[in-house]
Design a protein around this ligand. Sequence first.
Ligand SMILES: C[S@@+](CC[C@H](N)C(=O)[O-])C[C@H]1O[C@@H](n2cnc3c(N)ncnc32)[C@H](O)[C@@H]1O
Length: 309
Amino acid sequence: MSFTLSHGELPPAPEPGTGAGTAPAAGERASGASALGTLEFQHFKRRLLAIAGFDLEQYKGEQMERRTRQWMQRMGIPTMAALARQLGQDASLRREFLDYLTINTSQFFRDPSTFEALRRRVLPGLLHATGRLRIWSAGCSIGAEPYTIAIILDEMGQGAGHYLLGTDIDDDALERARAGEYHDLHLTTVPVETKRRYFRPTGPGRWSLDPGIRERVWFRHHDLLRDPLPAGFHLVLCRHLLIYLTQPSQAALIRRLAGSLMPGGFLVVGGPEQISLPAEYGLERVEHSIYRRKPADAPPAPGPSSARP
Ligand SMILES: C[S@@+](CC[C@H](N)C(=O)[O-])C[C@H]1O[C@@H](n2cnc3c(N)ncnc32)[C@H](O)[C@@H]1O
């Protein structure tokens, strides 16, 4: 996978040297202080796995360490050992901390050209082939992504009768998704007419999503790195999540997501998350960010030649 983070992307771009493939290997770190810091973080990662079942090893280390330290500073917690102790004792603090770590920035019609391609090139063919679509937004955050698909299907006059699933590891984000209440910030890329039709103003800068759209999406807690993946989908969206994972974890997750697709089904990743060797996952590129699982009669995909997506 090659990451080409562009300015203007919504997730906070990793700071220099902290992500997107720019991190130096452990042995290249400059100062003894940061090496010591990293040892402390190694220990903390093991504690967090034991306390909360959250495997930080699969996420980019420097970015997660930086966020952990930002959190400690904000909460006035002096050491990672103290943080681990507090997390072990306080379930709501644990939840708050994990929510902070798993950045959940999102937006309706995020990367509009991707949704335009889905509307014009992908959904019509799928709808023609099968009347009842199974669609999964994996890492759906506050629900803007699966709701965007529900809106597009509705605009196409094909709104009802599909199974739309949104999953995330962050329970607060899922609660917000179910509530369907949004801020101006989440709607900046919604076309004017779509906004008028599907959102009702509820206060300054506040909007409520049409209940008819809300009831079409099911939300569930799910950890993509630990739980078995559901299968049999015509379309899976997993966007702006892979970028936070280490390369081997990205590759493993792409392989599993490809397995969640029906033959001929589509996988959508984020704009900065291109899969450079899609054939290794039994996928072919259809458009920027959109891949298709080869039909059932295509030859099986070879195993990966390396951990690199
Ligand atoms: C930056 S948001 C992207 C939201 C949406 N897909 C989009 O592109 O707008 C990343 C989401 O991935 C979720 N996430 C991170 N690790 C996860 C995991 N292991 N399993 C499921 N969701 C995860 C986070 O909680 C967060 O809501």
